[in-house]
Every structure is written in structure tokens, then in C-alpha cells.
Design a protein around this ligand. Sequence first.
Ligand SMILES: Cc1ncc(COP(=O)(O)O)c(C=O)c1O
Length: 396
Amino acid sequence: MKPDVNESKLKTALETYKTPFYLFDTDILTERIMEIRSALPPKTQICFAMKANPFLVKDMEKHVDYFEVCSPGEFHICERAGIDEKRIVMSGVYKKQEDMEYAISKYEDIIFTVESFEHWKILTSCALKEKRNIRVLLRLTSGNQFGMDESSIRRIILEGPYEYVEIIGLQYFSGTQKKSGAKLESEFMMLDQLCADLQNQYQFTVQKLEYGPGLPVCYFEGEKDEEEAMLLALSKAIENLTFQGLVTLEMGRFIAASCGVYATSVVDLKTNNDQSYCIVDGGIHQLNYYGQMLAMKKPFITHYGKQEGDVRDWTVCGSLCTSSDVLVRQYPFKALEQGDQLVFQNTGAYSATEGMAMFLSRDLPLILLYSENEQFRTARPSLATDQFNFFHSERG
Ligand SMILES: Cc1ncc(COP(=O)(O)O)c(C=O)c1O
């Protein structure tokens, strides 16, 4: 993946806003979705797994078919953003009676995933209580704690039909950063066969296959960029299906990563026993690259500074009091100085929410959205976290 966010708007952001911050370019996001769509068979639907970046949901509303929502918190974000409930797939491994009751009584057209008999019990009882028709997808496990095995899925289907609950299809996700087209193909073949078996054996028609392909993002220098090849393999695998229903692709990383950058400033430079360390005002609590084990790989970084002088290798460390707070080791920067800014590319997915943001009570970074039409918008100001890490209760 090429570092995409435009130079001049980045410079403006660096001159205007205090680091650390994330900048998500919603024009790039829109282009990316269009690019993905055009590579896929025409009827394929796209569902954004909002865990990858909840700050983007409103801007994506016009461009994706569904949002995969995995917690009550994510659901409330969609409510606040005014996302049409017809576009929500309420997913996730822990569904509570009261949350489902709330959703089913208040909204009519949400799709729910079922990950266990407990979920099934909760959802069917809520639908019955509210006398509301609901639609569900049964999640097939890929061999972990998520979803149900095939025999459980068959049991639920076999015991149907059900009052108020319509089983519209299956959901399947087996992991992220997949780099094998053959794996995608074999998963689709397995699902294709299962759909055919359910039809032949129980006259049950799967109307919708919701599949998370886990397409990869190229995050590091020297890594083979498999993005296009995997998108092509995905498209071929869908075309080869005998399944005639709707295919919905649940994706996060592949859609959102390229639209974002994370900017942090150099606050200290030192040499300890011949090792050059650069301390920045951000850290690993705010920057999360999949596969960035012990910071041994080199992400794509752009250096903003005078850059007059020699190149030297620096180990870039964040502001946390832990020796694991290393963003990159031995990275060559030209004449790095205090006050310079380092911009990490491809941080549009997972970085802003997946890191251990509360550690050390550092502030949550500013989140900026940018588009040519609306210029810069603040999606979240920088926020203090100390208030969450010590709660002073008044003693009576
Ligand atoms: C059920 C499900 N679908 C989709 C996704 C999105 O995966 P990715 O970001 O690799 O596209 C995830 C990620 O954890 C997931 O758990």
C-alpha cells in the first residue's frame, strides 16, 4: 500500500494542530471503497467492521451497505451518528438480554448474528416478548471461541421454522491479514458446500453469506505487497461460487488502513552507550501495527524537519514508562532534531482504538477528519485520561 495522505494537507495539519494526532482522510476512504467495489462481482455487498475505526462511520454511510457492530458501545455510536438501523449487523460474542431487548424493541430492521445457543435463546425470547420479527445470521466457527460448530447450526435450522425469527444466512470469519488466495478459495468452497447441503438435506435456503475475508494490508518496508493479488483472489473465489444468494464482505483493515496517518513529535534525543534514542510524544499505546513484534519491522514513516545534515539510525521510543514502548528500531533519519515530526502511514484501521490508550494516564490524541469539501474537522479533541484512572469518591 502506498502512503497516500497528501503532503500539503499533512503539512497544514502539522502546522495547525498539536501532536500526537491521527488524521483520517475521508476522500481517500471513499476512493478506496470504490476501488474495492469495482474489483468485486457486481452484487457483492460491503459491510464495514466498525471496530477498525468507529470515527469513520458517518462518513462511510453513503459508501458501504452495512456496519458490523460488536458491542453496545459501538451500537450507541451508530445511534448517535444516526446510522439507519437497516444497515446494522449486530454481531459479537457477548450479547446481553437487556441490550438485545433494547435494540429489538426500539428498532425494526437490524440483523443479528448468533454465536451460541445462549444467543439463540436470548434473541428468540426478545423477539417473542416484543412480538417483533427479527433476522439472524448463524455464525459458523473457524475453530475458536467464536460462532458455533456445524452440528449446532444444523440443529437450529432443523428445529425451525420459528415464530418471529428468520434465519437468513451464515456468517464466517477466520482471521485477519490473510496472504493466501488458496485459503480464501478453500473457505468459500467449504461454505458453498455447506449451503448446498443445507438446501438438499433440510430444504433450507441460505439467502446471505456474510464473510470476513481478512484481506491484508502491507504495513512494513520490504514486505511483499499482496493487497491487489488478494483482492483479485477474493473476487475470483466469489465468482466461482455455485451459491446464488447475496455475498456480504465484512472488512475493516483493508478498507480503512490507507486513509489514516498518525503524527507524533520528537521531544528528546540522546545517545546511551552508542545507541541513539529518539523520544516522541506518542507511543505504542496509540500506534498499533499488526505484526509489529518488538518493533523489529519498519513501518512507512515520513520525517518532517529541516533535514540538513547526515543520516543516522535512531530507535524511536514513545512516552510510556516501559521498555516495550519502541515504535521502530534503527530507523535512518536525516539530521533528526527535537521538534521534528514523524508521520506514521497506514494507521486508519485499529490504531486509534486497539492500543492500550489508558496506560500511564497520557492524553488521548486529537482525531482529525479531512476531506477536500469540508477541510479539517475534529472527530475527537485530545482528552485527559487521568480522570478514568483515579476516581475520587466523596466520603460521606
Ligand atoms: C467477525 C469479524 N468480521 C470482520 C472483521 C474485520 O477484519 P479485518 O479488519 O481483517 O477486515 C473482524 C476483525 O476482528 C471480525 O472479528
